[in-house]
Write a protein that binds this ligand. Structure first.
Ligand code: MN
Length: 188
């Protein structure tokens, strides 16, 4: 999606500058190749979910902050509409709506994650201490944690360590809509 590409291009450049990192240094910190970082900064590449997560982990920022500008978070009451903020990363099998992006005072991201039929992704561990909580709102899917795939249907929730290898897949004909709370206990 164009919004995502443009926002990420600017955010990545700003993050890299604020840290004083060269492309080489950013590649070393994130595990994303220098060539890919350059493409993203020029708005030439729609990053996959895996790349978004590598960037978030390497720069120690929330994945949602890479997807769209932070909302006016000072407001005590905040209404967010997933329909207007839903993004589709470059791997296209899923959609992400950062409902309440990470704020230090709360320590979590709340996202609507939609997994389309056929989607499967094994995730590398996120930063140390990250815990994910996923509630299935509609449809059904499986989440892999500690080497085991757990089938989940609407109404069920799972909590697992995001700092260990884990995975998401939807082998059904219908999309699976979930709410995901990602808690980052060690982030300032
Ligand atoms: Mn994850």
């Amino acid at each position: 999606m164009q919004n995502l590409k443009d926002h990420l291009a600017k955010t990545l450049k700003d993050l890299r500058k604020s840290r004083g990192w060269s492309l080489d240094a950013a590649a070393a910190a994130t595990g994303v190749s220098k060539a890919m970082l350059g493409q993203i900064e020029r708005g030439e590449s729609s990053p996959t979910t895996a790349v978004l997560w590598k960037l978030a982990t390497g720069f120690q920022v929330s994945v949602s902050s890479l997807m769209e500008p932070l909302p006016e978070l000072v407001a005590e009451t905040l209404i967010r509409d997933a329909g207007t903020i839903r993004n589709i990363p470059g791997d296209k099998g899923m959609a992400v709506a950062p409902l309440f992006p990470f704020e230090a005072r709360f320590g979590f991201d709340l996202m609507e994650l939609t997994f389309l039929p056929g989607y499967e992704r094994l995730s590398e561990p996120h930063e140390a201490g990250v815990i994910e909580h996923v509630t299935i709102i509609s449809g059904a899917m499986e989440i892999c944690t500690e080497g085991e795939w757990h089938p989940l249907t609407a109404g069920q929730s799972i909590r697992f360590r995001g700092d260990r290898p884990h995975g998401y897949r939807n082998r059904n004909e219908e999309k699976a809509v979930t709410l995901s709370v990602i808690h980052y206990p060690h982030r300032a």
